[in-house]
Design a protein around this ligand. Structure first.
Ligand code: PEP
Ligand code: MN
Length: 346
């Protein structure tokens, strides 16, 4: 249920409404706009009685029932796209934002070369895993805090914001100390203890779709983060498991416009994990721009043949620059059609 207060409702009027809602056993979550406060109501209770009671309050303009199980992240709750500011860049606004960098932080030289190269080509965020979720326990597990420090150094040198994975609720504060955006990997999309811990981390989240998760499950995981206090969540399509083996994963490209219909959260495409093959990355990146993603996250390594993880899907710096140049006309079109696309999705 969403309650729209009358324009310029006073603090006392807002509190009266939230107190009334809480009396019915519900939780509230309010979004304070310049002119109007919107109160989201979630929980279990007598929804009809609560709705009728609140509707009768004079300071309330309208009450709408949200049918989707994911309340705060649904389009019913909020029509306009959520805009997330990261280090001077806005994701979900009028800029198509590219995040790029290696799969893993491997050394100072590697991350600094990657950062300089991707910044020069137009990326706004540097990616690089310091905590790595690896299928084999014998594979490189990441440089951990040392890797985070190298990312911080790369940020200082290039001005790029940092997006990096956090795998455990125990490490949220540590990673949030160094990173601008916390990435939740596909394997952790339903780690509910971790999702709850992100509610209070004070950083935007890049939530990757699980290998075998539905779009609805992705939205429910995002709902966990928002319901626990953090509205700044971006969703990432990174391919799902199917019977197809030509690509590492099957990119569910239709998930992008589907998400744009269902949620106001920004949507990012990862063409690297979605394909597993560097030759396919530029084509999928173009598809992402054309189909209405808000940005990309791309794996780029200064020497992909030497990469410790995901070398086969990593572009080298020259290939990344070429891809970014080739994307330019598509991004121009994206900018031109952006207002209509946003209006149509509403
Ligand atoms: C990654 O971004 O390197 C990664 C491990 O991605 P995913 O969680 O999508 O597999
Ligand atoms: Mn990777």
């Amino acid at each position: 249920m969403v309650i729209s207060m009358k324009r310029h409702a006073t603090r006392q009027e807002i509190d009266e409404v939230t107190d009334q809602v809480k009396r019915f056993g519900y939780k509230v979550h309010s979004i304070e706009g310049e002119e109007r406060v919107v109160i989201g109501v979630v929980g279990v209770g007598d929804v009809t009685a609560c709705l009728e009671s609140v509707e009768a309050m004079p300071q309330v303009e309208a009450v709408t029932r949200i049918t989707a199980p994911y309340k705060f992240v649904s389009k019913e709750f909020r029509k306009e796209k959520t805009r997330i500011r990261v280090n001077g860049t806005e994701i979900g606004g009028n800029e198509f934002v590219v995040m790029a960098g290696p799969c893993s932080v491997e050394s100072e030289e590697q991350i600094l070369r990657a950062a300089e190269g991707v910044a020069k080509a137009g990326a706004k965020l540097l990616r690089g895993g310091a905590f790595k979720p690896r299928t084999s326990p014998y594979d490189f597990q990441g440089m951990e805090e040392e890797g985070l420090k190298l990312l911080q150094k790369a940020k200082k040198q290039t001005g790029l914001a940092i997006v990096t994975e956090v795998m455990s609720d125990r490490d949220v504060d540590l990673v949030a100390h160094y990173a601008d955006v916390l990435q939740i990997g596909a394997r952790n999309m339903q780690n509910f203890v971790l999702l709850k811990a992100l509610g209070k981390c004070g950083r935007p989240i890049l939530l990757k779709r699980g290998l075998s998760s539905t779009v609805k499950e992705l939205l429910m995981s995002a709902e966990y983060i928002v319901a626990h206090g953090n509205p700044e969540v971006m969703l990432c399509e990174r391919g799902i498991r199917t019977f197809e083996t030509i690509t590492r994963n099957t990119c569910d490209i239709a998930a992008i416009p589907a998400l744009n219909e269902l949620t106001h959260l920004p949507v990012i495409l990862d063409p690297s994990h979605a394909t597993g093959k560097r030759s396919l990355v530029p084509a999928l990146a173009r598809a992402g721009v054309a189909i209405g993603a808000d940005g990309l996250i791309v794996e780029v390594h200064p020497a992909p043949e030497k990469a410790i993880s995901d070398g086969a899907q990593s572009l080298d710096l020259g290939q990344f620059e070429k891809m970014m140049n080739e994307l330019k006309p598509y991004v121009e079109l994206w900018k031109d059609t952006r207002p209509q696309a946003v209006a149509a999705a509403n």
